[in-house]
Design a binder for this molecule. Structure first.
Ligand code: NAD
Length: 346
């Protein structure tokens, strides 16, 4: 199964490791180095099988190629997945990260990584002990720290541009925005939306977290299982991927899907389903690029604060271009975004 997946993939390189002590499969997928060294996060997660983990790494890696190209950052796309049987803690976690770092280091500058689902800036500090090409180390260690706030700001710009395209004005006053997942990105996004006058609905499987956030920003809590059928102007998935699929599309009650989650669409064809349902989709790899723009931009390209802010605002401008091309060419916004990104690969 792993062999078939690797043979069928259109990426450049797959490195497979198995860490006996922790029973962890390690996959580093380099999708493209056409625009520069492959950049992409290191995800730690429990999967149903090693093949499922590899498939995830491959798809996320391709999305990084598109994200870097759409954001016009001189890097290619890669991704690493550590498929753990259960989340390792303290010493066990450190040993696993160091052995993973050795594997990543075998690729030299060709694979440059950062945090992703279930890995932190402190994990990056550990990986950086053995692999020099690591972004988002903690600020104490000289890194750029948590990219989440910048991802949130990019999504905020993206939502304004998308609202403007649909309703004729970027004004969020009175617009109903449902944020699914109020973690690192979603909580900050909810704060900015509330400040901008939006009516914010929030949902999270962590009841304590969502209640505290709702109190703080004046949002209304929606049970996690009711997210899909809840009426709103904007559905902002900020928890997990795959929430837009043939089962959920007919039940969506929104005009816009625009959030930070990677791989929002279960399959690329779901963009057609959204279009047919009259829902405007902000392609994930465009709208959620804020964290990468910040960390890769400041650490590798030496952008200052102003340059970062300009690029974050540029996410809204890129989305507007994508919406215009999608309408002019009669294609989905996903296809329009891919064309824009792939046009920069040659
Ligand atoms: P996080 O882990 O900090 O937060 C995720 C939140 O979603 C948690 O509060 C969790 O309890 C909640 N959640 C999980 N399952 C849920 C469900 N079924 N319903 C409702 N809530 C649920 O993650 P994050 O860093 O905020 O990232 C959120 C998403 O954005 C992820 O998909 C991530 O891959 C993507 N993303 C993040 C960044 C970044 O800079 N952090 C950048 C690009 C993309």
């Amino acid at each position: 199964m792993l062999e078939e997946l690797i043979r069928a993939w259109d990426g450049e390189q797959v490195v497979v490791g198995f860490d006996a002590e922790s029973r962890t499969w390690m996959f580093i997928c380099i999708h493209s180095t056409k625009r520069g060294p492959a950049g992409g996060g290191t995800r730690m997660k429990t999967y149903s099988s090693p093949a499922a983990a590899l498939e995830d790494a491959m798809r996320l890696s391709e999305a990084m190629t598109l994200k870097m190209a759409a954001g016009d950052i001189p890097f290619g796309g890669g991704k690493a997945v550590l498929a753990v049987p259960s989340p390792p803690e303290s010493g066990e976690r450190r040993r696993l990260l160091l052995r993973y770092a050795d594997l990543a280091a075998s690729l030299g500058a060709n694979f440059q990584t950062g945090p992703d689902v279930n890995t932190t800036t402190h994990d990056m500090d550990v990986i950086a002990e053995r692999h020099p090409y690591v972004f988002c180390r903690s600020e104490e260690q000289g890194g750029s720290g948590d990219p989440g706030p910048y991802t949130a700001r990019g999504v905020f710009h993206g939502i304004r541009a998308t609202v403007s395209h649909v309703f004729g004005s970027p004004d969020l006053d009175g617009r109903v925005v449902l944020v699914q997942g109020v973690g690192d990105v979603g909580a900050r996004l909810a704060e900015q939306l509330a400040e901008a006058g939006a009516e914010v609905l929030v949902a999270d499987i962590d009841a304590q977290r969502v209640d505290a956030l709702a109190d703080r920003v004046g949002a209304k809590v929606i049970p996690p299982e009711e997210v899909i059928g809840t009426e709103c102007d904007v559905y902002a998935p900020c928890a997990l991927g795959g929430t837009v699929n043939p089962d959920t599309i007919p039940r969506l009650r929104c005009r816009i899907v625009a959030g930070s989650a990677n791989n929002v669409l279960a399959a690329n064809e779901d963009a057609t389903g959204l279009q047919e349902a009259g829902i405007l989709y902000a392609p994930d790899f465009v709208i959620n690029a804020g964290g990468v723009l910040y960390s890769w931009g400041t650490e590798s390209l030496h952008w200052d604060r102003e340059a970062v802010e300009t690029r974050l605002a540029g996410i809204g401008e890129t989305l507007t271009t994508i919406y215009q091309r999608s309408e002019a060419d009669g294609i989905t916004t996903e296809v329009a975004a891919e064309r824009l990104a792939r046009g920069r690969l040659d």
